[in-house]
Ligand binder design. Sequence first.
Ligand code: PDD
Length: 276
Amino acid sequence: SQVLSQTNFVNEDELMYPFQERGLQFGDGIYEVIRVYQGKYYLMNEHVDRLFRSAEAVKLTLPFTKEKLFQLLDNLLKVNQVKGDAKVYLQATRGSALRDHVFPDVEANFYAYVQELPRPIEKLTNGVAAITQPDVRWQNCYIKSLNLLPNVLAKQEAKERGAFEAILHRDETVTECSSSNVYIVKDGKIHTHPETNNILHGCVRSRVKVLARQLDISIIEKAFSIDDLQQADEVFLSSSTAEVMPIVEINGNKVHSGEPGPVTKKLQKAYEEDAG
Ligand code: PDD
């Protein structure tokens, strides 16, 4: 398939990266994952805005304007004749230079590719299991940075314990998951961590807020505890790849009845209509 390298399209096996590269040396870069449904981007503006916010936060100059990036991403789907469900991964690093912590005086590296990705229907229907893990990440989790080692380790721990996701907590406070945002439902109201520096400001999360309001379901952006998590009527997560996904088991214990709950199901339906 054709991938974007800087602002040009090349065949994927022609894209070579130098071994002296900031992304490899330091994880010195940022990324996005954008969902594509039936050949069309979903929440594209939100992802592009967040990429530029991440870039600004780490003082990285992207090699294009927002307008140019929209055009390039549209062409990425066109040249690959994408008609179905997919995801686009894009990353920008601070460039190629001999290893030195100080910023080099070179242009940022950028690539983007598209990969087919069917909707996770079975998991959306039946729900998934999660574990809890301490959130050992840094204080700037709102930046979508390539430094994902704590996230990778938490997700691997989940996998090894037969779970789909790791729900992270700083002391008693639940923040988010290793690669998604997390919510509980108590007495018909949704609770989720506020948009502080301690979580990624998920694009699906902002959409969930709008959808909940349209459905007349209150959504309270206030931190909740591990205890609240364990007492919840429903728990769900959200991300561009996982959509609105019910969590039906935590650390081997059923969430409520162990079935996806009514509020989660309503949101799933609204999401499907919105994305469809
Ligand atoms: N992850 N929190 C974290 C830590 C994430 O990595 C992600 C996304 C989210 C959800 O964000 P959004 O709704 O914008 O997808 C929350 C992507 C999918 C990934 O790393 O693969």
